[in-house]
Design a protein around this ligand. Structure first.
Ligand SMILES: Cc1cc2nc3c(=O)[nH]c(=O)nc-3n(C[C@H](O)[C@H](O)[C@H](O)COP(=O)(O)OP(=O)(O)OC[C@H]3O[C@@H](n4cnc5c(N)ncnc54)[C@H](O)[C@@H]3O)c2cc1C
Length: 458
């Protein structure tokens, strides 16, 4: 694939958080690929507001400023600063039941609110009555409203509207976001005293990559809901009796004019292999911040042996902020949380594939852009082609899959033909599986050879 010939909108390095649109007072909009697009101007670049368009500072420096001098703080090169590390779930109420993983993402806001440490929560909720934009950042100001925002939304969202409300409405806020969004907010806080002062707590999610809104459309379409006819989607339906990683999708909407509700395990749907990256947003591949290094508390899925067997789900938890550390320690004592202490290696292992793609193999993606003489962001890793040849091929095919998925899906919608999209994507997907199969076979053969030669059979 000649990336130079691709529509420029599909190779933007802007994570499109809406922070730039808020800062330079411009409009941000969803384009026909289902990705947010915003205008980047020179003042914004010079003021260092955008993570990928400035090299004034980086996540190492900002996290050091925030947490480097705290008492009892630890540092791990892979996961950043931390005061405490855990794996577990919320024991009180229905927080875990109603959540994607262990429920800490909703529970922590409830705690901050009940303890009168904040007046509002900025998080992602369903947008009522809008089928073109199913989810958006909204502000919750009661426990019920906070609980209503639970669950992971694999959907594009942006911050410009809520930041405007924060600017115009005095109060203390907590916010949740993926790594590039939290980092963008940290950069903005340096230039915008009102935002810096009012957003008191930043909660971070781990994020393998961002999806375009067409990911949701594709899931719905496979279940019979044509694009535009879906009114609700739950990307993380817990399926009792299955592993937590074997979750389902629930979709509501209209099929042939009739209101319908459907649930399917994701394992029975195409485009759910996160390694392949169908509908991946290009900018997602240019963050090297896997563990949301500038967030006060970081939450992810405990994709770990001993935890995935439990269909109810568990979180991996990285605590950086002192007040949050205290709240968690108190709640462990009173039984509201059910956490196991853990270490940096275990937290890292829960995201080892994501880390390999996002951080360890980013040098190769940067190398490719340099070779094509394409402008690209300065990252904490240097460009290099020095990864195993097989991994280079995997990186190449992942790029083909994600870019082509946007193009072919747009064409399929125009043609009204889902099968067209599937027929275009399957050869790419099969190429990817072939590569993985060969790698696996080679690994098994290598191991066999080593065992036989150690027993002097070979
Ligand atoms: C795009 C994306 C990719 C992710 N990739 C990974 C991954 O690779 N590995 C991993 O371990 N975890 C990943 N996560 C995080 C994981 O899916 C869970 O959200 C996390 O474990 C918290 O679960 P919980 O049960 O504690 O949260 P819940 O109690 O279910 O609460 C979730 C909170 O997150 C907010 N939220 C939901 N969607 C978004 C969004 N798009 N942007 C900002 N806030 C949002 C909700 O409003 C709510 O406040 C990802 C999340 C997203 C949004």
């Amino acid at each position: 694939m000649d990336i130079k010939k691709i529509d420029n909108r599909l190779k933007s390095y802007n994570e499109a958080s809406g922070v730039i649109s808020y800062y330079n007072n411009s409009k941000i909009k969803l384009n026909e690929y289902g990705e947010y697009e915003e205008k980047i101007d020179n003042t914004t670049i010079l003021n260092g507001i955008s993570p990928n368009y400035t090299d004034i500072t980086n996540e190492d420096e900002i996290s050091k400023e925030l947490y480097g001098n705290l008492d009892g703080i630890f540092y791990d090169k892979r996961i950043g600063y931390y005061k405490s590390l855990y794996v577990g779930h919320v024991a009180e109420g229905n927080y875990r039941k109603n959540a994607s993983s262990g429920g800490v993402g909703t529970w922590i806001f409830k705690e901050l609110f009940e303890r009168n440490l904040i007046d509002g929560v900025i998080h992602v909720k369903q947008t009522s009555g809008d089928v073109d934009k199913l989810f958006s950042y909204q502000i919750s100001k009661s426990i019920e409203e906070i609980q209503d925002g639970a669950k992971t939304k694999y959907y594009p969202v942006e911050l410009s509207e809520v930041l405007e409300i924060v600017r115009n409405t005095p109060g203390r806020y907590a916010i949740i976001g993926i790594p590039s969004f939290i980092y963008a907010l940290r950069l903005l806080s340096k230039k915008d005293a009102i935002i810096g002062e009012r957003i008191k707590y930043m909660i971070g999610l781990i994020c393998g990559h961002q999806k375009s809104s067409t990911f949701a459309d594709f899931m719905g379409w496979q279940l019979g809901f044509k694009p535009g006819n879906m009114t609700y989607i739950n990307f993380r339906k817990k399926l009792p009796g299955r592993r937590s990683s074997d979750y389902g999708i629930e979709v509501h909407g209209y099929i042939d004019g009739k209101y319908t509700e459907k649930i399917s395990p994701t394992s029975e749907l195409l485009g759910q292999d996160w390694g392949q990256g169908w509908f991946r947003v290009f900018a997602s591949d240019y963050t090297d911040d896997v563990f949301n290094e500038t967030a006060d508390l970081v939450l992810g899925d405990a994709w770990l042996p001993g935890y995935t067997d439990d269909s109810d789900g568990n979180n991996v938890v990285i605590v950086r902020n002192e007040a949050i550390d205290e709240i968690i320690k108190e709640s462990l004592k009173n039984g509201n949380l059910n956490f196991d202490d853990t270490d940096a290696d275990t937290i890292f292992k829960s995201q080892s594939s994501g880390y390999r793609h996002l951080y360890q193999e980013l040098p190769y993606r940067l190398y490719k852009r340099d070779k094509e003489e394409m402008k690209r962001p300065k990252k904490r890793v240097e460009a290099s082609e020095d990864i195993q040849p097989k991994r280079r091929k995997i990186q190449d095919i992942r790029e083909d899959i994600s870019i082509n998925s946007h193009i072919y899906f747009k064409e399929a919608v125009e043609k009204g033909d889902l099968q067209y999209f599937i027929d275009k994507m399957m050869p790419l997907s099969n190429q990817y599986y072939q590569l993985y199969r060969k790698t696996l076979l080679r690994r098994v053969m290598g191991k066999l050879k080593r065992v036989l030669s150690s027993r002097k059979i070979l």
